[in-house]
Design a protein around this ligand. Structure first.
Ligand code: DHE
Length: 544
């Protein structure tokens, strides 16, 4: 059909030439159907992560038409173009949107949000592929790699992971995965690696193959962030789980093929006001070592679900009310407690996975963001777990030893000062005396391109700054961020990504943990936009 014909079919005036979007709200500014479709795509890729698919708000403010119509197109355009101190990106001045797109998005968010389709068993099965069935896979390790020390590095903007040999620092393979890959996790045996993309595509990689590669894949929704595998005795390598942002649900799959077995919706009531929320997204998931359970954190309702996978036909779930806006977290050093950040609530919830109950909700700094956090022994207060913050320059140390240090347990025993706000990941290791803190989202390039290191035996002595991006020796001086410390298997090296734009050179910088000196720089034209990296052994055993 010509544009005029299509416009006529769509109920618009054939004279207008372009089909118009039929808005349900007469007050919404006009848009053509093509503009609306583009707005929908841009919103999904750029905005939904913070504001939610239904625009109910989470990290970002709610953007429902009752709010946006009152602000009007001109006001919204300024906000989109220049951003805000509260964390809204400056889409125009950063070059990521042009004037036309800014105008289009300002009009788009005044329309009623279109509800994306659901994604049930039929849709999942249609995307499910077993590339190499279990019986055709190797029966023993077919390569000479020290699998324990392989790193799976997210190549964010190419939809791939780089498998890097931690011993030789050489790339083993670049494996195609989902769009804007997010995290990698390991099966209990350490043989299978599971990767999830923001497009909710899960890839399963067999590390025993001569050249490790995909053996199965599936899409579990339209948008997702988390994946993990069953770790309890007797269930090793048996099951996998993936949680999605849209639709709000999680799915339990067979560990060897990714065959979807059981889908559970997370829609329901919020923990505090007990109001219905239509889009409670699944944030972090971790497998319990104490029971056959997955710990599923539901963001907008503020609930931590302990999902008993021992009989998924009679699924038992313990629902623990924690706090709204659950995001990332990790286990304490004994693996008994899951420490999860309720980021916009400025709290950490300590969940007891042995007893199946909340140990305590702890007030911390502004917008805690631990990644998985860092465990070490404070010389004064005993075992602690630490989180950094996006919204301030502090680090909160929380006591995690109720038996040995009951007074300190589940309280902030110490607050350290870091380089600045904008920290995403902090890391330590049982074999190391150091604590590393990144600050990739700090506005000052000096801070976003370096990391702070503390000696955990002398926390009052402050930190040393390592100029990681400078050590990478990249030829151009484009924007770059240093992100996510990760130890090697031995706990004597720490890896960082120097994350540059897609068309610029990036690198991985390896630091000698004992001397805090540069040990190696990994550069390769295939290392495009590296972000997270996951050491097989440390990820498999939850060592951090
Ligand atoms: Fe992440 C973990 C969600 C942006 C790198 N990220 C997580 C987890 C969640 C999450 C729910 C916990 C998973 C788990 O443990 O099961 N991340 C989100 C978002 O919603 C957000 C804010 C926006 C978005 O649109 O996705 C977001 N994340 C980012 C990034 O921009 C980062 C820095 C770079 C990138 O690769 O996209 C990033 N997120 C990571 C990493 C982890 C992570 C590296 C895993 C940390 C670990 O040590 O396990």
């Amino acid at each position: 059909a010509t544009p005029a014909e299509a416009g006529y079919q769509a109920g618009g005036s054939p004279l207008a030439g372009e089909p118009m979007y039929q808005s349900a709200n007469p007050k919404a500014p006009p848009m053509t159907q093509a503009e609306f479709d583009l707005g929908r795509k841009i919103y999904f890729e750029r905005c939904a992560g913070c504001h939610g698919v239904l625009r109910k708000g989470a990290t970002g403010k709610p953007l429902t038409p009752d709010i946006t119509l009152a602000k009007g197109t001109d006001y919204l355009k300024v906000f989109i173009a220049y951003g805000s101190a509260a964390g809204m990106p400056n889409w125009l001045t950063s070059g990521e949107m042009n004037e036309k797109e800014v105008d289009l998005m300002a009009r788009y968010i005044q329309q009623d949000p279109p509800t994306p389709p659901e994604f049930g068993m039929e849709q999942m099965k249609a995307t499910w592929k077993v590339l190499i069935p279990p019986e055709q896979r190797p029966t023993r390790k077919m390569n000479g790699y020290n699998i324990d020390n392989i790193f799976s590095t997210t190549l964010r903007d190419t939809g791939e992971v780089a498998l890097i040999d931690g011993d030789t620092k050489k790339i083993i393979n670049i494996v195609k995965t989902g769009y804007a890959v997010h995290i990698s996790r390991l099966s209990a045996s350490g043989r299978f690696l599971y990767v999830i993309g923001r497009d909710a595509k899960v890839n399963m990689i067999d590390l025993w193959m001569e050249k490790p590669d995909n053996v199965a894949e599936i899409r579990v929704g339209l948008e997702a962030r988390s994946v993990d595998t069953s770790k309890y005795k007797g269930f090793e390598d048996k099951l996998a789980i993936a949680g999605s942002y849209w639709p709000p649900q999680y799915v339990i799959m067979k560990g060897d093929t990714l065959e979807p077995l059981k889908i559970v919706a997370t829609r329901g009531m919020t923990v505090d006001k007990q109001e219905y929320h239509p889009e409670p997204r699944v944030a972090s998931i971790v497998a319990s070592h104490f029971r056959p359970e997955f710990v599923v954190n539901v963001k907008e309702t503020g609930k931590t679900l302990l999902v008993d996978y021992s009989n998924i036909d009679a699924l038992k779930t313990t629902e623990i009310g924690t706090a709204r806006f659950l995001h990332d977290g990790g286990l304490d050093s004994t693996h008994r407690y899951f420490m999860v950040a309720a980021n916009q609530s400025n709290k950490i919830a300590a969940v007891d996975l042995k007893e199946g109950k909340l140990a305590r909700l702890i007030d911390v700094g502004k917008i805690p963001h631990p990644g998985r956090g860092a465990n070490f022994v404070d010389p004064q207060f005993g075992p602690v777990w630490l989180t950094g913050h996006l919204g301030d320059d502090t680090l909160s140390l929380i006591g995690t030893d109720p038996k040995g240090h009951p007074k300190q347990a589940w309280t902030v025993v110490r607050t350290l000062k870091g380089q600045g706000g904008g920290s995403l990941f902090q890391k330590s290791h049982p074999k190391s005396n150091h604590l590393y803190v990144d600050t990739p989202l700090n506005p000052d390039p000096k801070i976003s391109q370096s990391v702070a290191v503390y000696d955990v035996r002398h926390l009052d002595q402050g930190f040393t700054v390592l100029p990681i991006a400078e050590w990478a020796g990249l030829s151009d001086d484009g924007a770059k961020r240093v992100v996510q410390p990760e130890y090697n298997r031995a706990g004597d090296e720490v890896w960082f990504s120097v994350w540059s734009a897609k068309n610029k050179q990036s690198a991985i910088v390896v630091v000698d943990d004992r001397t805090l000196k540069l040990k190696a720089v990994i550069k390769d034209p295939r290392l495009i936009t590296p972000t997270g990296h996951f050491n097989v052994h440390n990820t498999q055993h939850d060592i951090y």
